[in-house]
Design a protein around this ligand. Structure first.
Ligand SMILES: O=C1O[C@H](COP(=O)(O)O)[C@@H](O)[C@H](O)[C@H]1O
Length: 263
């Protein structure tokens, strides 16, 4: 089945009847963005999130995608991470590694996870330093309009409260404009300590994909996408508006159930 596709400005919303179809479409789109990035600058610098998005990316480890892609060109980052040991059940790195990355021949030195043996503040600043070095060598591109990194693709999930990465509603981290990576020690969703890309970094990406599935996400999707007036202004997901890049939402019918269809 072809997805229902809604277009609004530079945002594309793709709505699927089943998670299987969504997963295939997601893999197709990621593969297409990978091809474009390789043509453009020879590598694919992609930032993952944790949560449900990882299992929805599973098709990438299956035929035909696993054979079509030169995985040595992939550089993997995390848009947010929980400050826990890498083998902890809450670690976004562990989730991605166990369910996706170990099934793909990605070069292990191309995984850029956080240092899990320091404080949240130190982990954020070390991670930002690493990204700065990779921007200098242009493994990660630089934004055309600011000094921010321009990741080829940032993949985000959305919480029922509208949080993206570890940017939660009304949290001061949403205001961070100078750092690329910030930290929080009072996350409303456990665990308390997290590091996260800031909004300027996410909105400088060449492509941002946001994935939401299930009825529990319907209100957050409605608040993020529809023109709702003042009550939707606090939604972090709504603040994802790439300055130059492309924004794509992948939804299933349930997550899209409160959406006002637009043409
Ligand atoms: O805590 C987090 O939650 C969000 C959303 O997760 P989901 O399971 O509801 O899709 C995730 O995107 C983020 O990376 C993670 O740290």
């Amino acid at each position: 089945m072809v997805p229902e596709v809604l277009i609004k400005d530079r945002m594309e919303v793709r709505i699927h009847e089943s998670l299987e179809e969504l997963s295939i479409d997601l893999a197709d789109q990621i593969e297409e963005l990978y091809e474009q990035s390789i043509k453009d600058h020879g590598v694919f610098a992609v930032a993952l999130s944790g949560g449900s998005i990882i299992s929805l990316m599973r098709k990438l480890s299956e035929a035909p995608y696993n054979k079509m892609i030169d995985w040595s060109k992939w550089y993997i980052f995390w848009a947010d991470e929980r400050v826990v040991a890498k083998n902890h059940v809450d670690s976004n790195y562990k989730l991605a590694k166990d369910h996706l990355l170990t099934k793909l021949p990605i070069v292990p030195s191309h995984f850029y996870s956080i240092n899990d043996s320091v404080t949240a503040e130190e982990a954020a600043s070390e991670y930002e330093f690493v990204i700065r070095q990779l921007v200098k060598t242009r493994t990660i591109n630089v934004s055309d309009i600011s000094d921010c990194p321009k990741f080829d693709l940032i993949l985000l999930g959305v919480g029922p409260d509208g949080h993206v990465a570890s940017l939660f509603p009304n949290h001061p981290a949403l205001e961070e404009k100078s750092e690329w990576v910030t930290f929080i020690t009072n996350s409303p969703k456990p665990p308390l300590e997290r590091i996260t890309f800031t909004l300027p970094v996410i909105n400088s990406a060449a492509n941002v994909i946001v994935v939401a599935t299930g009825g529990v996400k319907a209100e957050a999707v409605h608040m993020a996408i529809d023109d709702m007036g003042p009550e939707c202004q606090d939604s972090p997901a709504r603040m994802i508006q790439p300055s130059v890049g492309k924004l794509m939402w992948f939804l299933d019918d349930e997550a899209a159930s409160k959406l006002t269809r637009f043409s």
